[in-house]
Design a protein. Structure first.
Length: 732
């Protein structure tokens, strides 16, 4: 039988925010006790009753191992002051805690919970701060209640916080009725977590809730992790059977029910039966319908006049277009929809500039990321926006202001870096185009596909339905840049050239990954800043890794580079969250789309949204308000509560996938081996084409050869190509 131990909390000695494992000390009369276990956050001065029993640790001696706990409010003024001043409540430090308790006495916590407006009676607390204190207290109270309830089900403190925020005081009721609702309602909770809770609560393995949720989860997971928009029926059944430990007949039955209820949709793709989440099926179908409609808009038939204008542009800019480049310009102006694709140095930017000249600048320019939009602006001399800004994302409903009811007021939209655009962003873009708008899509089809679901650019090109021109001749040599020529060589399966005097492509040979990691740090910290004559190495030098794990993976290199560029120092604020430590001055990246988070600019503009791939720098940490402030490259300032820090990661090193759409003066990349499915030719090509002035590889030539020869491209199950053909046939 578990025993109970009541303690007044003294101090949290250690806490892992990722899994909630804590080591704390508490007092039972004169006796001090060390408690260990998976626990909710506890503040000094609080009282808690711990279930469990004593154990003997070989190093630390006698400890109480807690299996659960019940939290009790402090009942003395000293306990309340210690609790409020512990940092658990936003806006309250030790000094403010003392003022609150001195004013309200032992009713302080009741006042905060029931009459928060009265906090303004305390000197230095205005209405805004009173509201923040009350909201933080209520949040903590709800979270801790939920955590006490959920702790036996293995839910992490961070996830418990999300659950309690969403359901509030309905948390226990909802979970008892159907814990699988967590999968649909709470971002970050997958089927496996919900399943663990459900099975622990005694829900049977053949429950309808469980089997239906598991089938949908397989499709959701395939979309989120691998970019699929559908799966072959047999593959779906097989994956669901493995996940749910259920027989084929049972899975087929529930899959059929989901199809009847239109939560799933079935359709043939290339003669194979495919199953879709219905929302994804209709997203691809809508994109195809709108694209085919745009394609049918013929814009211009005065080819002779266009030819003369193109020649005039050539003369003014002292260039001569190839036949393919000239055709790209002509077809872009003759068609309502056009794709221009090609690798680095093939003249895509020059073509955009020519089109803009012929349109007298009457076009809107956009790209998926802030960095790509900034680069487009610099290259064309015209303003370019992110697609989210172009479509005016924001508002209380978290949607785009530009849509069918309020389309973009332009006759032409040009989008660069199309390989990054997933099905959802493409749908929103097409909805915002009024009939007759010309759409010109520019991108490199040989780069990695979008992080989000779909293969929009690839499917459009493969369909043969949409007019397109592929540029192959290299024109932008930049004094014979090896970055450009090597990128094309790698794309053709040829080894790159490096270490030529006066060139921009180098290999530092290191046989071992640990040595390569040390060399990368030395290059970034010492040698390359001097070689490049840059005073901002963190901004100008970007380390890209093909892998997340290992000595040269994203995680390990970020730790080493943070230590080199931004080590701890007296007076420098920092906060630990999960496996990361964030310090003022750190380079960070936002890693998932958040359409609701607010931002401001130094000039006072306001808006909503931080998006996957945004890069910025931590400019402030407020330990009392528990916030981290990030200044992004496009001048947006975003304030993150500690609970949102999972949306950030260090960005001294980033994965090649996350670097898409960005361009850096210098790219440093480890080439030390790894899983074959990661070390592919198109990943290598994508990494190199992120560099503008310099590439430095660190590692082994045999690893370079493996990547060059590995033309493996993971198949994405998508249906946009098929849908495009369907709608094109309907129009013919």
């Amino acid at each position: 039988m578990p025993q109970e131990l009541q303690l007044t909390i003294e101090e949290t000695v250690f806490r892992n925010e990722e899994n909630g494992y804590s080591v704390l000390t508490g007092r039972n009369g004169r006796e001090e006790v060390t408690v260990v276990g998976i626990l909710p956050p506890l503040a000094p001065g609080e009282q808690a009753v711990f279930e469990g029993g004593y154990i003997s640790h070989p190093q630390y001696g006698k400890q109480w191992k807690a299996t659960s706990c019940r939290i009790q409010k402090p009942d003395t003024m000293l306990g309340m002051e210690r609790f409020l001043g512990s940092g658990l409540i936003r806006g309250v430090g030790p000094a403010t805690a003392r003022l609150i308790v001195n004013h309200f006495g032992t009713r302080a916590l009741d006042i905060i919970g029931d009459e928060p407006g009265r906090l303004t009676e305390v000197t230095g607390i205005g209405q805004k701060k009173a509201a923040m204190i009350a909201a933080s207290y209520q949040e903590q109270y709800a979270v801790r209640e939920a955590m006490v309830y959920l702790q036996s089900y293995g839910i992490t403190p961070r996830m418990a916080m999300k659950i309690s925020k969403y359901y509030g005081n309905r948390t226990q009721t909802v979970l008892r009725e159907n814990p699988y609702k967590l999968v649909d309602d709470i971002e970050g909770i997958g089927f496996k977590t919900a399943d663990t809770i459900a099975l622990s609560m005694g829900i049977p393995t053949d429950s309808d809730f469980r089997l239906r949720c598991g089938i949908k989860y397989v499709l959701t997971d395939a979309s989120a992790d691998q970019g699929h928009t559908c799966l072959p029926k047999d593959a779906l059944i097989e994956r669901a059977c493995q996940l749910l430990k259920a027989d084929t007949g049972l899975i087929e039955h529930h899959m059929f029910q989901l199809l009847l209820e239109k939560e799933l949709t079935g359709s043939a793709v290339d003669g194979e039966d495919m199953i879709f989440l219905s929302r994804i099926y209709f997203t691809e179908a809508e994109i195809a319908r709108r694209l085919v409609s745009l394609r049918g808009e013929q814009k211009c038939d005065q080819r002779a006049a266009l030819e003369l204008k193109i020649t005039s542009f050539e003369n003014a800019n002292r260039i001569t277009f190839s036949d393919n480049q000239r055709r790209a310009v002509l077809e872009a102006l003759e068609n309502g929809l056009m794709i221009i694709t090609g690798g680095p140095g093939t003249g895509k930017t020059t073509i955009i500039n020519c089109i803009l000249t012929l349109l007298s600048g009457e076009a809107m320019l956009a790209a998926p990321t802030g960095r790509a939009a900034k680069r487009m602006s610099e290259a064309t001399g015209h303003e370019a926006k992110t697609l989210h800004r172009l479509l005016e994302f924001g508002g209380d409903d978290g949607m785009f202001a530009r849509n069918e009811e309020s389309p973009l007021d332009t006759s032409c939209v040009i989008v660069d870096e199309m390989s990054m655009v997933d099905i959802y962003l493409m749908r929103f873009l097409l909805r915002a185009l009024k009939p007759g708008t010309r759409l010109i899509l520019v991108g490199d089809a040989d780069q990695l596909p979008s992080v989000g679901p779909g293969n929009v650019l690839g499917d459009m090109l493969q369909s043969g339905v949409i007019p397109s021109v592929r540029l192959t001749d290299i024109f932008r040599q930049q004094e014979e840049s090896l970055i450009v020529t090597n990128a094309h060589a790698i794309n053709e399966g040829k080894m790159p050239e490096y270490n030529q005097k006066g060139k921009d492509f180098f290999l530092e040979r290191r046989p071992y990954s640990s040595d390569a990691a040390k060399t990368i740090v030395d290059l970034c910290r010492q040698r390359l800043p001097a070689f490049m004559n840059t005073g901002a190495p963190v901004r100008d030098i970007q380390v890209l890794s093909p892998t997340k794990k290992g000595d040269c993976g994203v995680g390990a290199l970020n730790i080493l580079l943070q230590e080199a560029f931004n080590p701890p120092a007296k007076g420098k604020k920092e906060v630990s969250w999960g496996n990361n430590i964030y310090r003022v001055g750190d380079k960070v990246m936002h890693i998932k789309n958040n359409y609701q988070i607010g931002w401001t600019t130094l000039t006072g503009n306001e808006g909503l949204g931080a998006f996957n791939g945004d890069i910025g720098y931590i400019r402030g940490i407020n330990t009392e308000d528990q916030t981290v402030t990030v200044l992004y490259d496009d001048e947006r300032i975003v304030e993150y509560e500690y609970s949102r820090l999972e949306e950030l990661e260090l960005a001294y090193c980033m994965s090649v996938h996350k670097s898409q759409g960005s361009e850096f003066p210098c790219v440093v990349m480890p080439v030390v081996g790894g899983p074959k499915m990661l070390l592919t030719r198109n990943l290598f090509y994508t990494a190199l084409t992120r560099a503008r002035k310099l590439v430095v590889l660190v590692g082994r030539e045999d690893c370079i050869a493996e990547m060059v020869n590995n033309n493996y491209i993971q198949k994405r199950y998508t249906a946009l190509r098929e849908r495009l053909a369907d709608f094109a046939n309907m129009e013919s």
